[in-house]
Every structure is written in structure tokens, then in C-alpha cells.
Design a binder for this molecule. Structure first.
Ligand SMILES: [Zn+2]
Length: 129
């Protein structure tokens, strides 16, 4: 039952783009075990049950579910720089960040775009990479 919460609901940026693993994840998640925990102050939480890799995956998916619920999931992104693809948390106020590091990947991407625009203006080619 808790697994339906994890995978269902179509959280923004969900694992759908994860290629083959994304297609298999719903079936894997359906087999994971969770339990309800009630704290001393009466709060109820879902927790991973079992042990090993299955419990670890359940914990990760519970974190994903929580992030989907509180609106932070859409801020977890993959860097758009070619050859990077590092995961990062977008802290920008507008939620439009696209690089893991403005200083590294952002700077490289902007420099490359500038050189490409300059090459178009001057009619030169940048086939050298
Ligand atoms: Zn990057």
C-alpha cells in the first residue's frame, strides 16, 4: 500500500527518464516492504522494513515520495552540461538552474556558447572541438 504512494502520483521529474531502470522500478518497488511507525508525540511515519539492498532502496524511495509531497523533488536535477550529468539540488529562486556548478559547468557552457556565437559572426568554423 505504501509503495503506491512512492511510485504513483507522477512526482515531477520522477524516474521516468531513467531509461531501463525507470521502467523496472515500479515492479521492484511493489515488492519492497514498509512499516508504519508512531512516535511518542503521535506522529505517524512510513519507514523501510527488512534489511539489505531492498531496505535501502525502500528508504530512498520514501525520501523521493517525501520530496514529491513537499515540493522539493522538482529541484533535484541532472546537470545539463555535456559530459557531466551530475545530480544537483537547484536552489535558485526561480527553479531554473541547469548546471551542477555555475563556476565549472555553467562557465564552460557559457564560454562554449559565446565562442559558437562568435564563430557564426565571423564565419569561422569550430570543428576543432
Ligand atoms: Zn555539471
Amino acid at each position: 500500500m505504501a509503495n503506491e504512494t512512492l511510485i504513483g502520483g507522477g512526482a515531477p521529474g520522477a524516474v521516468a527518464g531513467a531509461g531501463g531502470a525507470g521502467r523496472e522500478l515500479p515492479g521492484i518497488a511493489a515488492a519492497l516492504r514498509t512499516r508504519l511507525e508512531v512516535s511518542d508525540d503521535g506522529r505517524v511515519a512510513v519507514a523501510a522494513a527488512g534489511s539489505g539492498a531492498a531496505a535501502a532502496l525502500a528508504r530512498i524511495l520514501l525520501i523521493v515520495a517525501g520530496a514529491g509531497s513537499n515540493g522539493t523533488w522538482s529541484r533535484l536535477k541532472a546537470c545539463s552540461a555535456a559530459g557531466c550529468q551530475w545530480a544537483f539540488y537547484d536552489r535558485s529562486p526561480t527553479r531554473t538552474g541547469c548546471w551542477c556548478s555555475m563556476r565549472v559547468c555553467g562557465s564552460r557552457s557559457k564560454s562554449r556558447a559565446y565562442r559558437d556565437r562568435a564563430a557564426v559572426r565571423t564565419g569561422t568554423s569550430r570543428d576543432d572541438g
